[in-house]
Design a protein around this ligand. Structure first.
Ligand SMILES: [Fe+2]
Length: 240
């Protein structure tokens, strides 16, 4: 396969991902307090799943040492220690949760929403049974979306507005929209082109990527359902 056809697989991934993201209600509709809390809560187990379970699963089959090294260093930043901020991302994630009114008890005992659990099962299956690059994409495509889409609810501004917070209190989001640029996207995914030499492989990767994005829609749909329930409960409390 000529190299220009290899290059275009990355374009195809990026275009498809952004077209799906444009239709995800959680990303595009106004952020409510319930939807914000629901995101934080369901992202806690996803963060653990990605770096503790799913990334190790496809990494174990990845022949590209540069990709292995980079991904392990990302897993370290998430769960162990990020040298730039002298703490793991889990610490700033919990702090973000406290800033929007969640308790540690709630964050330590998250129950998965049914659609979120379906998404986790799909991502895990991709990482274990599909081409390792499909696993890589399943655990990085959301980072590409949030660092590339011009306007969406992962951005700090949305959280400042919904929860009346200052810059310091939304550090988790402002920091991530920056670092995720280094975790996914055209430049980071460039090594993919080294490993796609035939149409069958290319198709396997694209099929896996599309399945991962279908799961991402379910992940966000589950969050919206939980968030809307939280908003209704809040409204009822106010009306009593
Ligand atoms: Fe992170």
């Amino acid at each position: 396969m000529p190299s220009n056809a290899n290059t275009s697989i990355i374009d195809e991934i990026c275009e498809y991902a952004l077209s799906v993201a444009a239709e995800v209600p959680w990303l595009n509709e106004p952020l409510t307090r319930g939807r914000g809390k629901a995101y934080l809560l369901q992202h806690i187990p996803r963060n653990r799943l990605y770096s503790g379970v799913t990334r190790p699963a496809w990494l174990s089959r990845c022949p590209d040492l540069a990709v292995v090294r980079k991904t392990i260093s990302q897993m370290r930043e998430e769960l162990v220690f990020d040298d730039r901020i002298a703490q793991p991302h889990t610490s700033i994630l919990w702090q973000m949760g406290r800033n929007i009114g969640l308790t540690d008890e709630q964050m330590n005992n998250v129950k998965l929403e049914p659609l979120v659990e379906v998404a986790f099962t799909v991502w895990d299956n991709i990482a274990r049974t599909r081409h390792w690059i499909a696993g890589w994409l399943a655990t990085s495509v959301d980072e590409f979306i949030i660092s590339t889409m011009p306007k969406h609810n992962f951005q700090a501004e949305a959280w400042k507005r919904a929860f009346n917070l200052n810059d310091e209190q939304v550090f988790f989001f402002s920091y991530h929209t920056k670092v995720d640029d280094d975790h996914a996207g055209r430049r980071v995914w460039d090594p993919i082109t080294r490993h796609v030499h035939d149409e069958k492989t290319r198709q396997e990767i694209l099929d896996g990527m599309k399945l991962a994005l279908t799961a991402l829609r379910l992940f966000y749909q589950g969050i919206c359902e939980l968030g809307d329930r939280l908003d209704r409960a809040e409204l009822q409390r106010k009306n009593v």
